[in-house]
Design a protein around this ligand. Structure first.
Ligand code: DMJ
Length: 493
């Protein structure tokens, strides 16, 4: 299968040029360590190796991680969220898949969990997200931050809960449950009740006083983890359903919007709301800015619709997935960029194409004397796109993630065909002699490449492509729940 061939290409590039470093540099063949220097790409690849049946490489990788020493770190400050989703999630998933034959994986997961647990050693038990753990070893006093991203503080539940489930040690679950209790207390107090702002004060356990609401970057996985945690704990409490349902009332009203599309496609994108952080957001003020990161929403809404048996939300999930497919398919290379602005429909039910409206929006957005047609041409704006805020494609997974989830829920074979088109477009432009590279500008015919391959390329993007082209029994969503780095955690039976 071609997605497996591309994974082995990237993996071999990593092995040859960057073994035991965090990332391979796909153009120069260099390496670098943005995640502590504990072999992030290796940790993120473990379960993909297993899923693809690359058992010799899996054995070699498990052997290699025995030597990784978490007490020496390439960074002064550790990003606790990234460490949790990539390393802890990676070790646990590899253990969950391969079973008890590999005790090293459980040992490494526990070492990592124990280390991260110390970041919760603060007066109010809120963890420190950018953590000087060498200072922590010295026993210095610690305090949680007063300016913390919600995605970072709100996305530990799956990994820590699963660690408690496989070790029988309740401390990890207890640590993250305390965070989510604060989220619940604060959910009604924010300036957009139901949602939490992008930034919160963990030190004061006050999540209410900032503006800026999105489900895109810096907030995304907080929301993603609500229905997934409900699944992982087998619905043992209704708390996560409550949190999710309440958040969705605000998200449906204020975040999701219908963009005007040339062929009248009835799709949805996830926008954002900007507020000053002092006044309540009372009326609709959706900014029609769509992010590739926000494309996880179709999968999240689909999963929640399935487990909470909500047909209307399944229809919404389909429109959200179609929104990101639309964003891929209107682009000249067939690859969605990082961030763009669309034209929002005035009426969600009826939204015929209006060329003049698009031109007016482009004119208003971009200063200059030239005509709207010239602005569109010079900026390479596809119909319906008003502004390309960030033209890069950095190998992100969110769109194929949601296409995959919807396919597993509906079995619609056209999703596989469209995934195939996405896959071919992405591979064609990102492949290098060494591995695969992020693109600096996916609006131009020969997109320049950047010397970076984030580990989520092998952990997520290539895994989702492989899974959508495989038999649905492989990593059945009845048996696994995937963390935000696509690491499958086994659902307790
Ligand atoms: C991944 O590390 C995770 O999916 C995270 O939640 C968001 N960003 C990247 C992928 O784009």
């Amino acid at each position: 299968m071609r997605s497996k061939g591309n994974f082995t290409h990237a993996w071999n590039g990593y092995k040859t040029h960057a073994w035991l470093r965090d990332e391979v540099m796909p153009l120069s063949g260099g390496s670098h360590d943005p995640f502590g220097g504990w072999a992030a790409t290796l940790a993120d690849s473990l379960d993909t190796l297993w899923i693809m049946g690359l058992y010799n490489d899996f054995n070699e990788a498990v052997e290699a991680i025995q030597a990784i020493d978490f007490s020496s770190c390439a960074l002064g400050e550790l990003n606790v969220f990234e460490t949790t989703i990539r390393y802890l999630g990676g070790f646990i998933a590899a253990y969950d898949l391969s079973g008890e034959k590999y005790p090293t994986l459980l040992r490494k997961a526990t070492e990592m969990g124990d280390m991260l647990y110390k970041a919760f050693d603060t007066p109010n038990r809120m963890p420190i997200m950018r953590w000087d753990f060498k200072a922590a070893i010295g026993g210095g006093a610690q305090e949680a931050g007063d300016f913390v991203l919600v995605s970072e503080i709100g996305s530990h539940t799956l990994e820590f809960t699963r660690l408690s489930q496989i070790t029988g040690d309740p401390r990890y679950y207890d640590a993250v449950q305390r965070i989510m209790d604060i989220f619940e207390q604060q959910q009604d107090r924010t300036k957009l009740p139901g949602m939490w702002p992008v930034v919160v004060n963990a030190k004061a356990a006050d999540f209410a006083n900032y503006g800026g609401f999105t489900i895109g970057g810096m907030a995304d996985s907080l929301y993603e983890y609500l229905p997934k945690q409900h699944i992982l704990i087998g619905g043992a409490t209704q708390q996560y359903r409550r949190l999710y349902d309440y958040s969705m009332t605000a998200i449906k009203r204020n975040i999701f919007f219908r963009p005007m599309t040339k062929n009248g496609e009835d799709v949805r994108l996830a926008g954002q709301v900007n507020s000053d952080g002092r006044t309540l957001v009372k009326e609709l003020k959706t900014e029609p800015q769509a992010q590739h990161l926000g494309c996880f929403a179709g999968g999240m809404v689909g999963i929640a619709a399935k487990i909470f048996q909500n047909d209307d939300d399944l229809a919404l999930a389909q429109k959200l997935v179609e929104g990101c497919l639309w964003a891929y398919e209107i682009m000249p290379l067939g690859i969605m960029q990082e961030i763009f602005h669309a034209v929002p429909c005035d009426d969600e039910k009826s939204c015929p194409w209006d060329e003049q409206k698009w031109h007016d929006a482009v004119d208003k957005e971009h200063e200059g004397q030239e005509s709207a047609e010239a602005k569109i041409k010079n900026r390479r704006l596809p119909p319906g796109v008003v502004k390309i805020d960030d033209a890069r494609y950095i190998l992100r997974p969110e769109a194929i993630e949601s296409v995959f989830i919807l396919y597993r829920i509906t079995g619609d074979p056209t999703l596989v065909e469209r995934a195939w088109n996405m896959f071919n477009a992405i591979i064609k432009y990102t492949i290098t002699d060494i591995a695969h590279a992020a693109l600096d500008d996916c609006t131009v015919p020969n997109p320049p490449k950047a010397d970076r391959m984030e580990s989520f390329w092998v952990a997520e993007t290539l895994k989702y492509f492989y899974l959508i082209f495989s038999d649905p029994s492989l990593i059945s969503l009845d048996d696994f729940v995937l963390n935000t780095e696509a690491h499958p955690l086994r659902r307790p039976s």
